[in-house]
Write a protein that binds this ligand. Structure first.
Ligand code: GLA
Length: 406
């Protein structure tokens, strides 16, 4: 994190240029629009967006870019740098049927935009992304939000930010068939540079929490495993949480404390009880983490991250050996070596950890984690530092999005 982050000028990520070049190569003309949206890393507040909780994610400086121009083909023709099969559908009948799987993340938002009167019409487009896929960093949300941002630019209108996030979440539910919460799409939409996003998932309101101390950095470690049960277990956790809440007698986990749970746990089975304990504890930890961040108390924030990980491992049961190993290796380096805290991030069962570190120790910590994780698991991890980046915006073809700092 550097002081230059507090500037309100958006930096144009290199993937925007890559999308523009590929567009020119593919269609022999320049794109009229290039829309961008970032991936995210969740600092704390895991598996509580669908439980009315607070979450504290930030956008990462990895983006999906969509370059596009109008065409007279009558079709939506969309090529991806990362996916081999292109999308080609009639512009007036946007359906994923018969299209490659990745089309859900582009055609889903476009179909929902069209239902709200934002018809993009006949288009040529190119998608390029440097958000790692399958790593718990919300590559799919970045594609959805970049697409909705493109539709806004083409139609010369803008959704309210949370409305746009909800449209993209609905696209994920309906077209990609993933029953996700609102965190990923909200972060990709509403984040601003140099800040984490404290999002109240019950009301949809949010605060931008300054997070630009140049002395600390965020290290993401992709374990490079993704266990097959991830998707089914996500839906199962959602239903275990609903039945736990029903038996608690409360309308929302937000109205419960751990003490309340202890008093009224008689009805819950042991699994529901542990899920509820995670949710109620994690909501409190997230609010405490936002306070620690505001106070630049990195030891306190780090401790809350470890507590979150333990709760996700023991009570919510969404961690796995590789995530636990990466967190334990970071914890072993400890504050003396520049590590304040570490935890799994995202849905779990593989993917990435997020670690809060001293910026001047970043290289040493990264190298040590890489080599010790490789030794322990025989798997090559991918590690990189990132900083709180900006939510969706246009690199070409329209007014800036939500770039200003609050
Ligand atoms: C996935 C979902 C999010 C959220 C996290 C867990 O990333 O897409 O909505 O539920 O898991 O915190």
């Amino acid at each position: 994190m550097t002081p230059s982050q507090s500037s309100s000028e958006p930096e144009i990520p290199s993937v925007a240029n890559a999308a523009g070049l590929l567009f020119a190569e593919q269609y022999g003309k320049e794109p009229s629009w290039i829309a961008l949206a970032p991936g995210r890393v969740n600092l704390i507040g895991e598996h509580i967006d669908y439980n009315d909780g607070f979450v504290l994610p930030m956008a990462i400086d990895r983006y999906t870019a969509i370059a596009a121009s109008r065409s007279d083909s009558g079709h939506l023709r969309i090529v991806s740098r990362e996916m081999s099969e292109p999308i080609d559908v009639p512009a007036t009948a946007i359906r994923c049927k018969g299209q490659p799987d990745w089309s859900a993340y582009v055609l889903g938002p476009l179909a929902l935009c069209a239902q709200r009167g934002l018809e993009v019409g006949s288009l040529d487009a190119v998608v390029a992304s440097d958000v790692p896929t399958g790593s718990g960093l919300s590559s799919s949300a970045s594609v959805e939000v970049a697409t909705a941002t493109l539709a806004e630019a083409i139609c010369g209108t803008q959704f309210e930010l949370m409305e746009k996030a909800k449209l993209c979440q609905m696209a994920e539910h309906r077209y990609a068939k993933v029953p996700c919460g609102i965190m990923d799409q909200a972060t990709s939409t509403a984040a601003i540079r140099g800040h984490a996003l404290l999002l109240d998932c019950r009301s949809g309101s949010y605060q931008q929490v300054p997070f630009s101390d140049p002395d600390v950095a965020i290290l993401i470690a992709n374990t490079n495993v993704r266990h097959a049960l991830a998707d089914g277990q996500y839906a199962q956790r959602r239903s275990e949480c609903s039945s736990a809440l029903l038996k608690s007698g409360a309308d929302s986990f937000r109205d419960l404390t751990t003490a309340d749970l202890e008093k009224g746990s008689g009805q819950m089975d042991p699994v529901e009880w542990r899920r509820a304990r995670h949710v109620v504890g994690e909501i409190a930890r997230t609010l405490a983490a936002a306070e620690a961040m505001r106070a630049c108390d990195w030891n306190a924030l780090g401790t809350l991250m470890y507590e979150s990980h333990h709760s996700l491992r023991n009570d919510f049961e969404v961690s796995c050996d590789e995530l636990d190993a990466m967190v334990a290796l970071a914890e072993k380096i400890g504050p003396a070596g520049g590590v304040y805290g570490s935890r799994m991030t995202g849905g779990g069962f593989g993917g990435s950890t997020v670690t809060l570190i001293a910026a001047n120790r970043a290289d040493a910590i990264r190298e040590r984690l890489e080599s010790e994780y490789r030794q322990k698991t025989d798997i090559e991890p991918t590690l990189f530092t990132t900083r709180p980046a900006a939510g969706s915006f246009l690199a070409r073809g329209g007014a800036e999005g939500n770039k200003s700092e609050t």
